[in-house]
Structures are given as C-alpha cells and as structure tokens.
Design a protein around this ligand. Structure first.
Ligand code: UDP
Length: 195
C-alpha cells in the first residue's frame, strides 16, 4: 500500500476496509506493527516536533483520521482515498478480535476509565478477550511494571490512548521490548468507549 506524504508525514492511501485488512495481516504475522491515526492537528504538531515526525514516518499503518487530510490530498491530487477515523478502525479491529479469539489491552485514560471502557467494549463485542488494562497517568518507575504486565498478558492488540504526541512516542520508544502484534495510538477513543 502506497504512502502519500502530507507535510513530510507519510499517510497510507487506504480505504477503511483496506486499513482493516492490513491490521488483520499484522495480527497474523510476526513482530510488532505500529498503527497511528493522525488528524491534521497532529500533522501540524509534527512540523515543530521532529521526534513526532520521525515516529509517524516509521508507522506501519498511518491512517488519515480527519477530512482535512483528504482535502489537502484532493487539492494537490496526491491520492489519499478516504477518511479513516481512528475510532472506527479501532472498533473494527475489536470486532475482528472478538470473532477470532484475539486479545486486547487498554492503556490510557484517567484512573477508572479503562475499566468502564472495557465494560462497554465487552457489551458491544461479546467474547472479546481482555488481556489487561492500565490508566495512562504513570508515576516514575511505573513504566517497567506496565511493560511487564503487557508482555505477561500475551496480548495481541495494545490500545494506547495517551493523547498525541505522547502515545506515538511511547509506542515508538518501547516497540523493541513490547510483545504484541499491534500497538495502536487512539487519542481520546478510550474515553469515548467509557461513555
Ligand atoms: N491521557 C493519559 N495520560 C496522559 C495524558 C493524557 O492517559 O498523561 C489520556 C487522556 O485521559 C485522554 C487521552 O489521553 O483519555 C487523550 O486525550 P485528548 O483527547 O487530549 O487526545 P487527542 O485525542 O486530542 O489526541
């Protein structure tokens, strides 16, 4: 799948269903893949944040989460196909997980929020395997514990909602020691599931 550079941020030229197909391939192949869901604000943030820009450039699937990116692509005939909202891609991945015995770990949101999100996710996607969860407000020293918790849980899909650019940089910094198939940055989506 081709990537289209918007302000030096390569965005995958995928439809919503192609994005899901790629995620399913990731789930059924070796190693960890990074999924990012930048909107125009995040692409703009990356203009003044080299670490964020380089992190996004290394994403395995980087979906255009925002009509502004599609408009920018249209104006210059760059070839992005359609908007792929991160939360909708996340929901389709959750659906796939519930039907294929894959597990998820929810990391992010204020204390109490991941629990509420999981309850609603289980209602919407019965049978989904919950490997674990942790809120997103870490104290110094918590980092090691949470990585151990994630790796011990044998999770397939790690959902990271720490806001941008924290989540992208956290995933990228830890990608070599995280054992899962997908690590996906989801912004405020955990809050949305929590209701
Ligand atoms: N968040 C977190 N830890 C932090 C900062 C933020 O878990 O240190 C969470 C916050 O509770 C919220 C999410 O990150 O659930 C994203 O927030 P926001 O809506 O600001 O991010 P965006 O969707 O705009 O990237």
């Amino acid at each position: 799948i081709e990537k289209i550079s918007i302000f030096d941020v390569p965005i995958s030229a995928v439809t919503q269903s192609e994005a899901l197909e790629m995620a399913i391939d990731f789930l059924n192949s070796e190693g960890l893949k990074q999924i990012f869901t930048p909107n125009p604000e995040i692409v703009m943030l990356a203009q003044n944040n080299q670490q964020l820009k380089e992190t996004l450039q290394k994403g395995d699937l980087v979906v255009p989460d925002g009509i502004g990116l599609i408009l920018a692509s249209k104006l210059k005939s760059l070839g992005l196909k359609e908007r792929v909202p991160g939360i909708e891609l996340m929901d389709k991945i959750l659906e796939y997980c519930s039907q294929n015995h894959k597990s998820i770990y929810i990391f992010g949101g204020k204390p109490g929020i991941p629990e509420r999100a999981i309850k609603n996710i289980e209602e919407k996607h019965p049978g989904i395997r919950i490997a674990g969860y942790h809120h997103g407000y870490l104290q110094p020293g918590d980092e090691e514990k949470i990585i151990e918790d994630i790796n011990g849980s044998k999770v397939d899909v790690l959902i990271v909602g720490l806001g941008a650019p924290k989540q992208e940089i956290w995933i990228s910094n830890n990608k070599n020691r995280l054992r899962c198939k997908i690590a996906m940055g989801v912004g405020g989506s955990i809050d949305v599931y929590a209701g």
